[in-house]
Design a protein around this ligand. Sequence first.
Ligand code: PEP
Length: 252
Amino acid sequence: MTQRPRPLVAGNWKMNGLRDSLGEVSSICAAVARDGAGTAEIVICPPATLLMAAAAISEGSPVALGGQDCHNEPSGPYTGDISAEMLRDAGAAYVIVGHSERRSGYNEGNASVHEKAAAAFRAGLTAIVCVGETKAEREAGDALTVVGSQLAGSIPKISSAESIVIAYEPVWAIGSGLTPAPQDIADMHGFIRGRANQHLPGQGAQLRILYGGSVKPTNAAQLLGIKDVDGALVGGASLSSAEFMAIARIYR
Ligand code: PEP
């Protein structure tokens, strides 16, 4: 039997958090030190302004940090941008790329997400590549087609199952309190694993495929128990260490 990949629970703080919020990082590290994280790997993606301070807090802890986006170039005249190398230098081991808020708010297409994922690989970061359909696309019966083309366009050939994580995040489920039917999640995750086997031949079983979109302590056991779900990308509920750890502890 093929061994399952280690689950991953990642928190995306988005544009939330001042230095006061670093207490949440301390609480997560303390909870992991005290109780263990179960079998899941824990990643916190705070805003870039907090990365170095969060890294000082999490030093020596199994809790890892991630950025929320990166530029594809290592350095240069890109005012306001942050490179994958800079994130790594600040203490990140992961970076989220292609989040739907960037795809829609900043017009990031698959080609751009592909370049960012390749930049993450170059810098030694694991890219968490987000894919997902809109409500209209799901209602039109196009969810698999849309996600299939996002995968084909966004995953660099150089990737391996260890250097990349896919997060399936239906756009309409993010921050809405809505979640797809469990069978729809299972179908999509099975589809993504099949496609991953084509992009990364023979490695599909080892690829971590996260579900993201309104994961809360109240629904986490059901969502994380779905076939082919290897963890969660958590937005709103990751701002509270108690809620975030309640989700991660499903993997005890
Ligand atoms: C996200 O933005 O990646 C996300 C999953 O948000 P939420 O959990 O708040 O739906």
